[in-house]
Structure formats: structure tokens, C-alpha cells
Design a binder for this molecule. Sequence first.
Ligand code: NAP
Length: 226
Amino acid sequence: MQKTVLVIGASRGLGLGLAKQFSNEGWQVIATVRNSQQADALSQIPRVRVETLDMTDAASVEALARRLAGTQLDALFVNAGVAGPQNKPATQASEAEVGQLFFTNAVAPLRLAEHLLSLVDDKQGVVVFMSSILGSVETGPGMGMSLYGASKAALNHMTRTFVAELGETGLTVLSMHPGWVKTDMGGEQAPLDVETSARGMVEQVTKALGSGGHRYLDYQGDPLPW
Ligand SMILES: NC(=O)c1ccc[n+]([C@@H]2O[C@H](COP(=O)([O-])OP(=O)(O)OC[C@H]3O[C@@H](n4cnc5c(N)ncnc54)[C@H](OP(=O)(O)O)[C@@H]3O)[C@@H](O)[C@H]2O)c1
């Protein structure tokens, strides 16, 4: 049976790479962009249905949930995220910058997942939140981008609450680190290309189908310390 994935934030970077790789592997792909004018690369991919979504806008999330009513998802991949005020420490970033960073990276992904959870196959489906090694409380501090790292640590924390509240389920939840990847966010100096990271992440999602539990891992399947 053909599997279906919903990729959130697929206009560019890793989200676009994930949409391509899932499609290469024969999945039906539903993928979102914030701006429908920025869907050219995405719409070229076979078996992709493009949807519009701003993950931080409650009305936009509601509207997507309504459009997808009745769709059965094997995987929900919440990839969208922002770097925030990258070079500013917490003492220099404005309240608005910090608010937008934490709301986008830590709160909006969970609100979205709560809204769309009923679409995901609860016997063997997978929900993935795009985290980062920088969100590891054990290893992240000192690696740079401290505010961003803290927002991903908050995402991990929120995800563990989400999992704790799921109760008896066959669903698997992954908190994923894609590696350090050449994208607008990762920068040119990153060692990994999008294709390699996306191939690894799609492999991890495929392996996770039906396995159950919650794991924090990287694109190669290696576990990370919380
Ligand atoms: N690249 C890395 O090395 C790296 C490492 C660890 C973790 N990550 C994480 O991986 C994910 C993807 O990163 P990337 O490197 O591909 O970044 P990117 O090139 O900056 O792409 C970010 C994507 O997220 C979308 N997005 C941002 N805010 C959104 C919102 N409010 N609603 C919906 N979509 C939104 C963007 O859409 P627009 O085009 O509309 O802006 C874009 O498609 C992020 O969560 C990031 O934190 C990346």
C-alpha cells in the first residue's frame, strides 16, 4: 500500500529535500509552503500535493486541518523552524525576537501536531519533530546559537509531554537531528548536503513505522543524549 506523508515547511532546504526523497521512495507527499508563490521547486516533484500553511497562525492551522479531513497519514514530519536572532546572546535579543523564536520552534509544532494527530495512523504511524543536536541539554551548550538551542530544548521538552499524554498507542514519535546541513539556515560551511540528510531521515522514518515509543536521534539513526 502506498504510504502518505505530510511535510510541514517544504518551500526550501530540508523540507524540500524530504518531500523529494519521500517521493523518490514512492510515498504520496502532501507538503506545505507559507507562500504559494514559493512552491515552484516543490510542485515539480512527482506525487506531491502542495498546501499553504503558516504554522504560527492558528486560523491557518485550522484551515489546513479542515482541508485534510479524511486523509490518512502514515507520517507527519514537522520540519519548519527558524534560526532566530542567530548571533545575539539572550542578553541582547529583543523580547519580540525571543518570543517569535520560541513560539515558532517550540510551541507551534506541538499545537499543529495536536490538531492533526487524528489523521495519523495510531497503529503504526510516525510523528517527527525536527529538533537539533543544539537542543540537547547535555551536549548543546557551548556549541553556539544558544537561544536557538534553547528553543529546540523546549521543543524536546514539549514533545516529551505530548508523548506522555498520548496514552496507549502504536504511534512512534521521533525528535530528529538532521545533521549540520547546507541550507539557508545551516550555511555554506555545513559538511552535509540536503540529499544525504534527507535520505537518512526518510530511512529512519521508514524503520520507525510500527515500532512505537519516542526517540531523539540523528539522520543516521544514532541516539542523542537529552
Ligand atoms: N540546516 C541545519 O544544519 C539544521 C540543523 C539542525 C536542525 N535544523 C532544523 O531543520 C529544519 C529545517 O531547516 P533548514 O535548514 O531547511 O532551514 P531553512 O532553509 O531556513 O528552511 C526553513 C523552512 O521552514 C519554513 N518555515 C519557517 N517558519 C515557518 C512557519 N511559521 N510556518 C511554516 N513554515 C515555516 C520556511 O518557509 P519559508 O520559505 O516560507 O520561510 C522553510 O521552508 C528547522 O526546524 C531547523 O531548525 C536544521
